[in-house]
Structures are given as C-alpha cells and as structure tokens.
Design a binder for this molecule. Structure first.
Ligand code: HSE
Length: 442
C-alpha cells in the first residue's frame, strides 16, 4: 500500500488526545489496511508540553502552537480535543476557515455553537465530525445518520453519562451518600475535579440536544431542555426503589409527538426509576446505553463505554478515517452532519413537563406526628392523585423530621406539582418534597 498518507493534527493532548495518538500509533497497520493509505499524525499542540503521557510521539512535531498546527499544509484534518467553549470555538472556526476538516469530541461546543460551526463548515466545503461527543466509543451518531437513515425516529432514551451512572450504581451497592461516592469516583479518575456538568445533568442535556437534532431534525436550544441532575438523591431512595422493584438511572429522553397542530418534542434529562427487569436497569458502572426506536426498524439498543481514553479515541479515529476517505475520493463536505440537511432542521416546540403522565415517587419530609399522613393523603386526593403505596422508614426521636415515601398511581405531572406545592405549605412539612419520575413505558 504505497499511497501517500493523509496528515492529521491533534489540538489538546489530554486524556482523549493521548488516546487518539496511541490508537493512531498502535493500530496504524489495520487503519492502513482499511483505508488503503496511512493516516499520519503530523503535529500535536498543547499548552503543557512537559507532562509525560506515556505515548510515543517520535517523528511528530509537538509544541504549544495551535495556530501553527492549523496553518500547517501537512495537516488536512484537525482533531479538536481541547474541550470547553471559547478557545475550542475560536480554533475550530479558524480551522474551518483555513479549509481544514475538523473532528471533535466536544458536545458542549456543538450543543451551544453547533449552528455557527456547521454553517461555517458547509460554506467552506469541509466536514465536522463528532461521533465521540455522544456515547464515547458507541457509534450511536453514525448509526442514526446512516444505519437508521431510512426511519422516522420516534423516540430515543438512555443512559448518556458514565460518571453519574457509576455514582448511582455505587450508591445503590454501598448505601453511601452521593458526596462520598463522588469523592471516590474522583480519586479513581472517573469523575472530573469539578463534576457538576456530569452530576447536574448538563453533559447529558448537551448530548440529548445533538441526538434530538439527528433523530427528529429538531433544532432545540440546549438551555430549553428541562434538566435535573442526581444531587438530591439519598440512600433512602435506593432502598425504596429496591422495595418497589425499580432501579434509579439518570436518563435522557426525547420523543416525537405528532399532533394535529404539528410536531412537538418531548425532551428531558432527570433521574428516573425504571423496572429492575428492563435492559437499561442492568447497565452499571460507567457504561452508557441508548435505545432508539424507528418506525421501520422498531426498537434498537446501543451499549458500550461512554467515556475513557481508548473508547473515546476509537470514535475520534473512526471519524478521522471517514473524512480521510472522503478527502481521497474528493467527496468531503457533502455529509449532513446532523443527519438532516441544514435547511430541513426546524425549531420545534417542547412539550411541557406538566403534560407527562406517569407514576411518581414522592418523598415528603415531615414532623413525626399523628395525622400528618392524613393531610398529605387529602392534598393528593384533592388533586385527583391516587396513592399506590406508602413507606415510612424509621421513627424520629423527640419530634424530629422523618421521610414519608409515597408511590402514586399514574397521574398528570401538573396535578402532582400542584399537590406538592400545597403540601409544602403545611406546617408539619419541614423540607421541600422530592419527586422522582417513574418510567415504565419507554
Ligand atoms: N463526562 C462524560 C461522562 C464523558 O461521564 O459520561 C464525556 O462525555
């Protein structure tokens, strides 16, 4: 195979960047056998050129000159792995302007500035590929864009954040508090030093924004997606979930609602109780799983490592190979990055959470006095909410607060929220009521 290589450059030699350099090196021969020509890592730029990363960069120019890498005529594909918004956005747009194709794992950048970046790329006739931004190593975006292209996608849902899934799995296993488990996840290198993007559901909402665009041609604003993280969950919730036959997972959910007046999208990120026998309930640790339902194919499920050096690098290098192939064929810049052609993407209204219809798990925090449960039951009853089960764990010493757990029959969320507001005004209620949605019919 004597063909000339296609040159690539990596911006950002952190965990993923290092993984990409490793995969390009260790799998060079298989990559060449699949492409018919080699991919050559020509340059790497990072502000830190000192730290030893355990990767062989002999023959690769490694410095802190990101602009120089973009300008380098030997670099045809720029792999942006800096993360964050500002610098990544500037360098990505710069690379596009200079006619370079871009591969990125940066879902935050695309969820917020995707339109600007994709428009710039279309105008310049270059590709922006981002498989690694959702589901780490799972080829979920390519599957939606290509394998499921013939379908009208009706819904998708799943576990889109490995850090929170690890934390939830450990809280369930050990009975420990969230903070204790997050600290251990940080010590083990699973969780970021500032884990709020993961823990507060923001990372999953970024991913859901991209998935909803690819699934439904929906141009959603990330900020509009109702998003709730896992901070409020306590060991009691896991105990109760087990008793009721559920497991708790942080889910991203998006559904197409086709109605007389047009299409609306139900999109949300929040912890949910799901039946313990469901496939998703068995997804533990830092793994991800995303289910996609298409009108022709029916249900499909994609499972794999949602984060990590080599799994994420697997997706980045696959994107790089696809673009390299297109460069050689002279067809680069013709793939609609979000599956739908840019002029087919539409802004679609979101369904209000109040419209949801489901069982709810509620935790009331109340003074341990006779009659309190009666007040709660009447407030729920007045809003038309029927109770399925009640649990009171433990007894307070000397009139302290106790949690009362209520599982409701299916009801409209608006009614639940109204009942909660009323109950939280009762004098015996000492802390805000918590709600975890129960998802049985995904
Ligand atoms: N922080 C993400 C997660 C991985 O924990 O799943 C990158 O998307």
């Amino acid at each position: 195979m004597g063909e000339e290589p296609v040159g690539v450059g990596i911006l950002g030699l952190g965990t993923i960047g290092t993984g990409v350099a490793k995969v390009l090196g260790q799998n060079a021969s298989v990559i060449t056998q699949k492409l018919g020509f080699p991919l050559r890592l020509v340059r790497v730029a990072d502000i830190d050129t000192e730290t030893e990363r355990g990767v062989d960069l002999r023959g690769v120019r490694f410095d802190s000159d990101a602009e120089g890498l973009i300008e380098d005529p030997g670099v045809s594909i720029v792999i942006e792995l800096i993360g964050g918004y500002d610098v990544a956005r500037r360098l990505t747009l710069r690379a596009i302007e200079r006619g370079k194709h871009v591969v990125t794992a940066n879902k935050a950048l695309l969820a917020l500035h995707g339109k600007e970046i994709f428009d710039a790329a279309a105008k310049r006739g270059v590709d922006v590929a981002f498989e690694a931004s959702v589901g780490g190593g799972i080829p979920i975006l390519r599957s939606m864009r290509e394998g499921l292209a013939a379908n009208r996608i009706q819904s998708l849902h799943g576990i889109m954040n490995g850090t929170t899934n690890y934390v939830l799995t450990e809280m369930e296993r050990t009975g420990e508090l969230l903070d204790v488990v997050v600290k251990r996840a940080q010590d083990l290198g699973f969780a970021e030093a500032d884990p709020s993007f993961d823990i507060d559901g923001i990372d999953a909402a970024h991913k859901l924004t991209l998935l909803a665009a690819m699934a439904f041609g929906a141009d959603l604003r990330f900020e509009d997606i109702p998003t709730e993280g896992i901070r409020g969950l306590t060991p009691l919730d896991f105990e109760a979930a087990e008793e009721f036959g559920y497991r708790i997972k942080l889910l991203g959910i998006a559904k197409l609602r086709e109605e007389e007046g047009g299409e609306r999208i139900e999109a949300r990120v929040h912890p949910a109780m799901i039946p313990e026998a469901s496939l998703l309930a068995k997804v533990d640790g830092a793994m991800n799983a995303i289910a996609v339902h298409g009108d022709a194919v029916g249900p499909t499920l994609f499972y794999g490592a949602g984060a990590g050096e080599l799994p994420t690098a697997s997706a980045v290098v696959a994107d790089t190979m696809e673009i390299a192939r297109e460069i050689r064929r002279g067809t680069a810049g013709r793939v609609a990055p979000l599956s739908y052609m840019p002029d087919a993407l539409r802004s679609k209204p979101l369904v209000d959470l109040g419209e949801l219809w489901a069982r709810s798990y509620l935790v009331f925090t109340v003074l341990d006095r006779p009659g309190v449960l009666g007040h709660i039951a009447s407030a729920l009853g007045e809003s038309g909410i029927s109770i399925e089960s009640v649990l009171q764990k433990g007894q307070s010493r000397s009139e302290g607060s106790v949690p009362i757990v209520v599982l409701t029959h299916p009801a409209q969320e608006l009614a639940i929220q109204q009942a909660i507001a009323e109950i939280d005004r009762l004098p015996e209620v000492t802390a805000g009521t918590r709600l975890v949605r129960i998802e049985e019919d995904l």
